[in-house]
Write a protein that binds this ligand. Structure first.
Ligand SMILES: [Ca+2]
Length: 589
């Protein structure tokens, strides 16, 4: 096992924990009991016609509400026609790369987006005390980017930017979303999934969503199809958590419909007031199996209280311990279906791990020695291993680009009393960097990012300044797909960098923290204009980076952002402030 790790001299504790960990994982995985991927009808929603929906036609054998039936994609004439159609959309301005694969060889794209995984949380990034053998094995075969950023240090704006290619701070309604938020991405917006759909790919989203559903915050009817849902945003198939595990509703939503919902026990959700008679963490702490350190004291589901209220849907409620298995099952089934259909696929596989509440499956509970936070890192690693094993089993390992990354930096105490702080030991989730989730400092946005394409992309460790926001323009350019005018306005074509053929980084990159204060990285400099908000987040013990004065760091010599030299270099501050103003005023692309 050690020889597969991109790490030399693994200590004894690593190997013993690793052996114990590997022996507790069932060899057949969850697929053994999985019956197949299901989906209900996708009603047409108003406004959807603006975007290209021309290639895929869905059929089903039953239209009964809540009856889940095997799905089948009938493409206009499957991959050939689709890709030919996509070729017809080739932009005059987007010159396809010379390395563009021919239609029949277009690789599948498996994008594994983990949650709150810090730069230092994975063993191969150098400061983890938790064994991550599958991730380390993936790293040893990947381009492992050392200076990749999420565009924001919190979930919703980060994911919004990744999927739309637009800075989230350009709108004031893209902050951390409630569980009953309306769709943050407008269904008229062009997305990464739209782009892959236009290139002839089957597209899927499985796992955490946290980008809202429906047209009106708090106005969803959870007992009927909800639009917009991911289908309206380019995903042919979706099986998602509406928001996060610590927010209601605690149910799976499959193609816009709550899965396993009993019509006799309808679902109601509120972020305003509780439903009469429903226990909460605040009023009924004796019912909790996990204590609280901040917030999260509303509806109790599975012995854990959440943010937000819900009532009903008892049969549909998830069990936190089963979330990773469910994500793996539906992801693998999606890939199996695509292979059976002969379609290349783009799968957005968004894990719940390692977000709170950290409730590891019994296979991982107590195995890391770091408490639940370490245990769910084991769970995350298992998830990645299952996905990689599926690629191998399906015979598509060589023709699948696997990307692993995280939506934002790490947090240790995030509201639940799960001993994350007490048991952290020498584990350093932020690596050498300052801050973490919610912060404007580097640990808030600098995230692990690995890309594997066997025999096509050579393993390396580039220090290229990159951002997840660039994926849309990069893959569009590579696949010859025209991006509609005005879309993906902040996304740059970095495909040659993603494929390891160029190490020229972005000239500048704007980053965002929880308070929507901004920072800009340009060359050796990181400039953080003065901003409102607290400097310190007491609950999570995070330095948010908000200061009533300018901050300037030379990140080439001071990567920890410890020495503010703003007063020493006022001209550089002025120049970078102007750049932030220019970028704020208009689009980049
Ligand atoms: Ca997150």
């Amino acid at each position: 096992m050690p020889e597969t790790l991109n790490h030399v001299g693994a200590p004894k504790w690593y190997l013993s924990v690793l052996c114990e960990f590997m022996s507790c994982v069932p060899s057949n995985g969850p697929q053994a009991t999985w019956a197949g991927l299901t989906t209900p009808r996708q009603p047409t929603s108003p406004g959807r016609s603006r975007k290209s929906r021309k290639f895929l036609i869905f059929t089903q054998t039953s239209s009964a509400k809540h009856m889940h039936t095997p799905w089948k994609i009938l493409s206009a004439s499957l991959a050939g026609a689709s890709v030919a159609g996509a070729a017809g959309l080739t932009s005059c301005t987007n010159t396809p790369h010379s390395s563009l694969p021919s239609s029949k060889d277009r690789p599948n794209i498996l994008l594994i987006l983990s949650d709150d995984v810090g730069y230092g949380d994975i063993y191969c990034y150098g400061s983890s005390m938790v064994p991550t053998p599958h991730l380390d094995s993936l790293a040893s075969e990947s381009l492992r980017f050392l200076n990749m950023h999420a565009s924001a240090s919190t979930s919703t704006p980060s994911r919004y930017s990744l999927l739309t290619g637009c800075y989230a701070w350009r709108r004031n309604d893209t902050g951390i979303a409630r569980g009953d938020a309306a769709s943050i991405i407008h269904d008229s917006q062009y997305t990464l999934a739209d782009m892959f759909r236009d290139a002839g790919y089957a597209t899927g989203a499985v796992g955490k969503w946290h980008l809202g559903l429906g047209t009106e915050t708090g106005g969803q009817d959870w007992n009927a199809p909800i639009h917009p849902n991911p289908f309206d945003l380019g995903f042919d198939y979706s099986y998602i958590m509406a928001a996060t595990a610590d927010r209601t509703p605690c149910v799976w939503v499959e193609n816009g419909l709550v899965r396993d919902l009993d019509p006799e026990d309808p679902l109601y959700v509120s972020y305003v007031k509780n439903f009469p008679g429903e226990p909460t963490g605040k009023d009924n702490p004796e019912m909790l199996r996990m204590g609280l350190t901040e917030g999260h004291d509303q509806t109790i589901v599975n012995g854990i209280s959440r943010i937000g209220y819900m009532k009903g849907a008892h049969k549909a409620r998830w069990r936190d311990e089963d979330l990773p298995d469910s994500i793996v099952r539906h992801s693998v089934s999606f890939m199996e279906n695509c292979v059976a259909e002969g379609k290349p696929f783009f799968l957005y596989m968004a894990t719940n791990d390692i977000h709170v509440p950290r409730v590891p499956n019994a296979r991982f509970a107590g195995k890391s020695g770091l408490g639940p936070r370490g245990d769910v890192i084991l769970s995350l690693d298992w998830t990645v291993g299952e996905a990689l094993n599926a690629l191998k089993r399906l015979g598509i390992e060589d023709n699948t680009i696997v990307i692993f990354t995280s939506d934002n930096g790490p947090v240790i105490d995030d509201g639940y009393a799960d001993q994350a702080v007490e048991l952290l030991g020498d584990h350093r989730p932020s690596g050498i960097y300052r801050g973490g989730k919610y912060s404007i400092y580097d640990a808030g946005t600098r995230v692990p990012f690995m890309l594997r394409w066997p025999s096509k992309v050579k393993p390396a460790e580039p220090e290229t300044l990159m951002c997840q926001i660039d994926m849309l323009s990069s893959f569009a350019s590579w696949l010859g797909v025209d991006i509609p005018e005005g879309a993906a306005s902040d996304s740059e074509d970095m495909m040659s960098q993603l494929l390891g053929k160029n190490e020229q980084g972005r000239e500048e990159l704007v980053l965002q923290n929880r308070e929507s204060n901004l920072a800009i990285i340009s060359g050796d400099w990181k400039y953080i204009p003065s901003g409102k908000g607290p400097a310190w987040n007491k609950g999570t013990a995070t330095d948010l980076g908000n200061r009533p004065y300018d901050q300037l760091f030379n990140i080439s010599t001071d990567p920890r952002e410890e020495h503010n030299v703003a007063e020493k270099f006022p001209d550089i501050c002025n120049k970078l402030r102007e750049r932030v103003d220019v970028i704020s005023a208009g689009r980049v692309r």
